[in-house]
Design a protein around this ligand. Structure first.
Ligand SMILES: Nc1ncnc2c1ncn2[C@@H]1O[C@H](COP(=O)(O)OP(=O)(O)OP(=O)(O)O)[C@@H](O)[C@H]1O
Ligand SMILES: [Mg+2]
Length: 298
């Protein structure tokens, strides 16, 4: 039985997911500790997914919706300098339908804005949660739906993880972030009653490749040993002054500096997520060695 939801709610959710005919691949981004870089990651992942080129440099534009589901402190619209007229608040209050509040951005991604500053909405009632989730499953025009969530088990994270095909856990190398990442992995993985989401890991703000390797290796091994969870490493993003600069300029970092190290990391992570062969440059020994190390291909 679900440890997070009551039996009726879990059953309701499972039925919703099973009956959905949506072809949209749902990717939830979450973390245990707050402030580890989820929103910046989710935004830049969505943009990279929408604009990814293949090995031969051909574009295959994809339809991507980015949903800011951090209902207490939503801020993706601020990261791109947009002031949306309506947001999830209006959906939760029954004033709008989810598909009516989707707005285009300048970056080839559509946005569903969260309800900022309305902390009373951070924990939804059962009915509100089911209603939002069933609307999400109706968003079938998109190839990808990237959901940015709040941090921690007390938020709605685990519920959004239940409908995602995959959940990307973000951690930084800080011991507190690693411990909290393990906590959220545990909560999601114990929720057996729902379709299991594949859990993937990104180490953000790494100061070196070896630091990222150590953090990922540790989390992968304790998740396997104590939870029997196969946590799949997607890669790491370096700690870089580009990210706070991009936040201040309200331009996504991958747009602000397309050839920077964080942007290249973002592309490598996106390719790994989609199982697309890396470009020749990304086959560079350092990156390949890192992935081999993590998946045990020594
Ligand atoms: N790779 C990085 N290098 C340097 N700074 C970073 C990096 N990633 C994120 N940051 C900084 O960390 C701060 C938090 O980032 P962000 O808002 O994306 O985190 P979050 O996990 O979404 O936070 P919250 O839990 O509050 O929603 C921002 O000021 C951002 O500039
Ligand atoms: Mg955030």
């Amino acid at each position: 039985m679900s440890v997070l939801l009551g039996p009726n709610q879990a059953e309701g959710l499972r039925r919703l997911v099973e009956n959905s005919s949506s072809r949209t691949r749902i990717i939830t981004v979450t973390s245990g500790k707050g402030g580890v870089g989820k929103s910046n990651f989710a935004l830049n992942l969505a943009i990279t997914l929408a604009n990814l080129k293949d090995k031969n440099n051909y574009s295959h534009p994809k339809k991507v919706i980015l949903m800011d589901a951090d209902l207490g402190l939503a801020n993706i619209n601020i990261l791109i300098g947009l002031i949306p007229k309506s947001n999830l608040y209006h959906v939760l209050k029954g004033q709008k339908k989810l598909n009516e509040i989707i707005i285009p951005t300048n970056y080839g991604v559509d946005l569903i804005a969260g309800a900022s500053g309305l902390s009373q909405l951070a924990n939804l009632s059962k009915e509100e949660r089911l209603s939002i989730i069933s609307s999400i499953l109706e968003l079938s025009y998109a190839d990808f739906l990237v959901i940015d969530t709040g941090a921690g088990v007390s938020s709605n994270v685990t519920h959004f993880a239940t409908i995602a095909h995959e959940t990307i856990i973000i951690t930084t190398p800080e011991p507190t972030a690693i411990t909290d990442a393990y906590g959220i992995i545990k909560s999601i993985s114990l929720d057996h009653s729902i379709q299991p989401s594949v859990l993937k890991l990104v180490v953000n703000r790494a100061h070196s490749q070896s630091e990222a390797e150590k953090v990922a290796g540790k989390l992968i091994s304790i998740s396997k040993q104590f939870l029997n969870v196969n946590l799949e490493p997607l890669g790491y993003i370096p700690d870089s002054p580009l990210i706070p600069t991009a936040v201040r300029k309200q331009i996504p970092f991958c747009v602000l500096q397309p050839s920077s190290a964080p942007t290249q990391s973002m592309e490598q992570i996106t390719r790994k997520l989609l199982n697309i062969a890396p470009s020749d440059q990304q086959n560079a020994p350092g990156w390949k060695k890192f992935l081999d190390y993590l998946i045990g291909n020594d």
